[in-house]
Design a protein around this ligand. Structure first.
Ligand code: ZN
Length: 135
């Protein structure tokens, strides 16, 4: 994952030059989405096998790409507070449905991830990077 500037990420990750060596937050967010989709898929799609049904897997793959390409890089706010609309509307509606249902259940099933996400909600929403910095 590329970063826009040289800094030490607030989460402890280190940004060297244009490359983020440790992007723990992005990884954790993808993991959180994965866990939420797993809860949702298991409940609504009766997907018994390991992993997700093709539909939920598509949603996860999309979400992962969006997170990795987030224009805010390591300063990424939580998605629900983000001023940009990087999800296409159909995907946005699908992921919101999943998160609304799975959100409260995460505290029970994955309390650590849940607490990290709550802490992330306190992160300030940064200004949008200027066009020149965008990939
Ligand atoms: Zn599913």
């Amino acid at each position: 994952m590329r970063a826009f500037f040289v800094s030490v990420a607030t989460n402890g990750g280190v940004v060297l030059g244009r490359y983020t060596v440790v992007s723990t937050r992005a990884k954790r967010e993808v993991l959180t989405v994965h866990k939420m989709l797993a809860l949702y898929c298991h409940h609504f799609h009766q997907h018994k096998k390991q992993g997700l049904c093709p539909e939920c897997h598509e949603l996860l793959a999309f979400s992962e790409r969006r997170t990795q390409r987030c224009i805010f890089g390591e300063n990424k706010p939580v998605c629900e507070k983000c001023p940009t609309h990087c999800y296409k509307p159909s995907m946005r509606n699908r992921i919101r449905t999943v998160m609304r249902w799975a959100g409260p259940r995460m505290l029970l099933h994955h309390p650590i991830l849940s607490i990290f996400h709550m802490l992330d909600k306190f992160r300030p929403v940064p200004d949008k990077p200027t066009k020149a910095l965008r990939r």
